[in-house]
Design a protein around this ligand. Structure first.
Ligand code: ARG
Length: 284
C-alpha cells in the first residue's frame, strides 16, 4: 500500500509540474503579453508626414522609414524588449488596422481628438516639436491676395487628408468650403499645384516642409483656431488594452525625463532637409 501511495504521490507531482509548465506557455492574455510573446512590436504609420514620418530614399526595407515617430517607435520597442516592425500604409488605413486589431499600435503624428479618444486607447501626450502648434492652409503663391480670410474659401475646394484632424478643422471652421478628401498628403500637394483644389489643410510644421520642396506654394495668412489639446501627439492603440497603454505611457515618461524629445525632433528636421528625404504615398 505504501508503495502505491508513493507512486500516486509521484504521479500527482508530475501532473502538477506539467500543469504549471502548460500555464507558463498559455496563450497571451492581452496585447502587451502578445507583443512580448511574439518578440515583435508592429507599428502602422503613413510616411507622408515629414518631419514625423517619411522615407529616406537612400535606404531600403525597414531602414527607409525615418522621422520623429520612427525614433519613438524604436524606443518603445526597445523599452518593451522586442524588435520593431513598421508597416507603412495610408493614414486612414493605419487607423482601421488598429481598430480591427490587425496591428496593436499606430504612431503617425496623431493629434488627440474627442472621436479618437472614444474609439481607441490614446497614450499620454508626447512632444511633436513645433509641428502642430498651428494648423494652416497651403495655397498657390500666386493666390496670396485671393485667400486672406475664411469666407474666401466659401464654395471653393479645400483638401484635407482622409481621417485627419485637418479634415475635422475644415468641416468645423470652413463650413461653406467644399471639402475634398485626400488619401495622401503628397497627392493633395499635386492637386493644389495643378489647380484641382484651391487650398490644402496641413499641420504648420508639415506645411513648412512641403513649401521647402514646392516654392510655388505658401501658407494662407488666415489660420485655423486650434485647441491646445490638439498640439501634442499621442500613440494610438487598440481599445481596452490597459497593460499596453500603461507600458507605453511609462516609456513616454522615461523618454520625456531623459530629455530625448528635443533631440529626436532636431534629428528629424535635419534628415527631412536632406536630399534623400521623400514623403511617400502608400496606396492600399
Ligand atoms: N495630426 C494630424 C492628425 O492627427 C495629422 C497627422 C497626419 N499624419 C500622417 N502620417 N499623415 O490627424
Amino acid at each position: 500500500m505504501k508503495k502505491y501511495a508513493k507512486l500516486i504521490c509521484a504521479v500527482l507531482v508530475l501532473a502538477l509540474a506539467l500543469g504549471l509548465a502548460a500555464c507558463g506557455k498559455s496563450e497571451p492574455k492581452n496585447a502587451l503579453e502578445k507583443i512580448k510573446a511574439d518578440g515583435v512590436l508592429t507599428v502602422a504609420l503613413s510616411p507622408d508626414f515629414s518631419p514625423m514620418e517619411f522615407v529616406d530614399s537612400s535606404k531600403s526595407g525597414q531602414d527607409q522609414y525615418v522621422g520623429f515617430d520612427v525614433t519613438l517607435a524604436k524606443y518603445l520597442a526597445e523599452e518593451l524588449g522586442v524588435k520593431l516592425e513598421i508597416q507603412a500604409m495610408s493614414f486612414d488605413a493605419c487607423q482601421t488596422a488598429v481598430s480591427t486589431g490587425a496591428v496593436p499600435m499606430s504612431i503617425s503624428g496623431y493629434s488627440w481628438t474627442e472621436t479618437r479618444a472614444e474609439n481607441f486607447d490614446l497614450s499620454d501626450y508626447y512632444y511633436a516639436g513645433e509641428n502642430e502648434t498651428e494648423q494652416v492652409i497651403l495655397i498657390r503663391a500666386a493666390d496670396a491676395d485671393k485667400y486672406t480670410k475664411a469666407e474666401d474659401f466659401d464654395g471653393k475646394d479645400v483638401g484635407a487628408q482622409n481621417a485627419s484632424l485637418q479634415m475635422q478643422l475644415v468641416s468645423e471652421q470652413l463650413p461653406n468650403a467644399n471639402m475634398v478628401t485626400i488619401g495622401e498628403i503628397g497627392v493633395g500637394v499635386l492637386e493644389l499645384q495643378s489647380g484641382n483644389i484651391e487650398g490644402l489643410a496641413v499641420a504648420d510644421g508639415n506645411g513648412t516642409q512641403i513649401i521647402a520642396n514646392n516654392p510655388d506654394l505658401i501658407k494662407c495668412s488666415w489660420k485655423f483656431d486650434v485647441k491646445a489639446e490638439y498640439e501634442a501627439n499621442v500613440v494610438m492603440m487598440h481599445k481596452d488594452e490597459p497593460e499596453l497603454l500603461a507600458a507605453v505611457n511609462a516609456a513616454l515618461a522615461k523618454a520625456y525625463d531623459s530629455g530625448f524629445y528635443g533631440e529626436w525632433y532636431a534629428d528629424a528636421l535635419e534628415l527631412a532637409a536632406s536630399a534623400s528625404a521623400i514623403e511617400v504615398s502608400v496606396e492600399d
